[in-house]
Design a protein around this ligand. Structure first.
Ligand code: C2E
Ligand code: MG
Ligand code: MG
Ligand code: MG
Length: 289
């Protein structure tokens, strides 16, 4: 920070070398405040039954709108919250909000919440989930927690133990983003899972020819053989939906074709509409038998 440096030189340096660091530092301070004050919000992305287009659940996604910096992506602030050791506060607030809002939706609609690997480093996560369900008056089987493989790598034994206890209470467990990163097929039977969410890069790859369709079929057969259900993420087009439905083994789909993350009231509205209307409005291809 030499004073001898001309102002122009410093701003160049700042722009080129230091912007990322400064933004991170700034966002960290603001994020801690936002979590503390509860100014983050939760939006819900519809999850629909592949065969009918009927909404059967949604995924709770955290949103941060900063008055000066605008919308900050969870891809940017979730890692910061993890680094700062405040992610479990965020998780708890998402679980509390999501269970409370889900309790007002029709009974067949579930809510899925993303957990971080850090959430499993302590014992408290099970209690946080139980408290939220009780406060909201929501049956455990209407909550699904999503975990990722990166979460498993860091603390497998503790994680399996904690997940097993959570699952025994009736909460569903889904393995998120399957097919990315360091996927290990052995997790599919080592973890206490109900469902696998196949990453959106898969669907995109099949349409472009980068991923052989046989790979999708192989994975779906494998999951079924292990008693796991499958959700496909990132369905954006009717032709992608057709590919997914063509496999006949995927019961749920999620993606921009059915809608982005929406306010809780929009989910309530979609869920109370007639299934056929849902399908017609949001997924024309899903209406055809
Ligand atoms: P994820 O759990 O895999 O969530 C799905 C992401 O894909 C969401 O991004 C969603 O908006 C996006 N998406 C859904 N459908 C489509 C589609 O058709 N096309 C494309 N291109 N994208 C689609 P989002 O909301 O930006 O979240 C990114 C990631 O941040 C999430 O990935 C999740 O890992 C993490 N995240 C979000 N909210 C939370 C949270 O409350 N807690 C934790 N621990 N992580 C969260
Ligand atoms: Mg997820
Ligand atoms: Mg995912
Ligand atoms: Mg993801």
């Amino acid at each position: 920070h030499s004073k001898a440096m001309g102002k122009g030189v410093w701003s160049l340096f700042e722009r080129d070398m230091n912007d990322r660091y400064l933004r991170r530092q700034l966002l960290k301070g603001e994020l801690a405040k936002a979590i503390e004050l509860g100014t983050l919000s939760v939006r819900y992305q519809p999850i629909v039954e592949a065969a009918t287009g009927r909404i059967v659940g949604c995924e709770a996604l955290s949103r941060w709108h900063h008055p000066e910096h605008g919308n900050v992506s969870p891809a940017e602030y979730i890692p910061l919250a993890e680094e700062m050791g405040i992610i479990t506060k965020l998780t708890e607030s998402v679980i509390r909000t999501a269970t409370r809002e889900c309790a007002r939706w029709p009974d067949h609609v579930t809510v899925s919440v993303n957990l971080s690997s850090i959430d499993f480093q302590r014992d408290g996560i099970g209690q946080i989930i139980q408290n939220a369900l009780e406060t909201a008056g929501l049956p455990a089987n209407r909550l699904i927690v999503e975990i990722t493989e990166t979460a498993v790598i860091s603390n497998e034994a503790d994680m399996i133990d904690r997940l097993t206890r959570i699952r025994r209470t009736g909460v569903g467990i889904a393995l998120d983003d399957f097919g990315t990163g360091y996927s290990s097929l052995s997790y599919l039977h080592r973890l206490p899972l109900d469902r696998v969410k196949i990453d959106r890069s898969f669907v995109a790859g099949i349409e472009t020819g980068d991923t052989p369709l046989a790979l999708l079929h192989g994975i779906t057969d494998l999951c079924h053989g292990l008693g796991l259900k499958i959700t496909v993420e990132g369905v954006e087009t009717a032709s992608q939906l057709a590919i997914v439905r063509g496999s006949g083994k995927i019961d749920k789909v999620q993606g921009y074709l059915f809608g982005p993350a929406l306010p809780a009231t929009a989910i309530a509205e979609m869920a109370t509409r007639m299934p056929a209307e849902n399908a017609a409005a949001d997924a024309p291809a899903a209406v055809a038998q």
